[in-house]
Design a protein around this ligand. Structure first.
Ligand code: ZN
Length: 225
């Protein structure tokens, strides 16, 4: 019989990385012990929410979507603020990509921990990667270690944040997806910064995804939809 100690909650965005993580969690903890959480943070590309739901359905795990409408109110990033165009550019002041949503992963994982606390899970799984081209500071291993400590202390429960993709390149993430049988679900994912399915193929997110599949020698099923 499983216990709280065995239950895992995956932060599922509907993208390639979090979908791979969902299958990683199912492989590691067993399908009956895995559930997924998605955040409606006011992202311009609402299709992400639908993709997350579909991926969870195909994977056979529950999915809950929680609203956080504050990021859009903060403004200034390309994923929630309609005044900021999505581009491959960087913010001149911070030198971070315009697609950086300040605080996003910190808030997501804190809410995920709060949800996990209420639903008896101690394992949180997220698709953040240090190897990510963009170098988002909230994707770093150090940030995750500090956050794990903070939520463990702050909720007085021993949480573990799993980051299976932390040191994998995009090619290695594709290899892992193949190994875990997650390829079919890849057709349901969304990656494009322009919100397109099939993908635009031009934006940085599309190009990075395409390169990962090409290097792995695997055909991306998203291109066939
Ligand atoms: Zn694109």
């Amino acid at each position: 019989m499983s216990t709280d100690r065995d239950k895992a909650l995956v932060v599922l965005s509907g993208g390639q990385d979090s979908t791979t993580c969902l299958y990683w969690a199912i492989d590691r903890f067993g399908p009956a012990n895995v559930s997924s959480i998605t955040f409606d943070y006011g992202q311009k590309h609402r299709i992400e929410l639908e993709c997350a739901r579909e991926v969870a359905t195909v994977a056979g795990v529950p999915n809950v979507c929680l609203p956080i409408d504050t990021f859009a109110a903060l403004g200034g990033d390309a994923l929630t603020d309609t005044a900021v165009p999505v581009s491959n550019g960087v913010d001149e002041e911070t030198e971070l990509p315009v697609t950086f949503v300040a605080g996003r992963n910190l808030i997501f994982l804190t809410f995920a921990a709060a949800y996990a606390y209420r639903h008896g899970a101690r394992h949180l799984v997220t698709g953040v990667a240090q190897t990510d081209y963009s170098g988002y500071p909230d994707c770093r291993e150090e940030t995750m270690a500090a956050l794990q400590l903070a939520i463990t202390l702050g909720m007085d429960r021993e949480f573990t944040i799993h980051t299976p993709l932390m040191h994998r390149t995009k090619k290695e993430t594709v290899d892992l997806a193949v190994q875990l049988g997650a390829l079919e679900a890849m057709a349901l994912t969304h990656t494009c910064y322009n919100g397109q399915r099939p993908p635009c193929g031009e934006c940085q997110a599309c190009r990075l995804r395409a390169r990962g599949f090409a290097e792995a020698g695997v055909h991306d099923p998203l291109l066939d939809i």
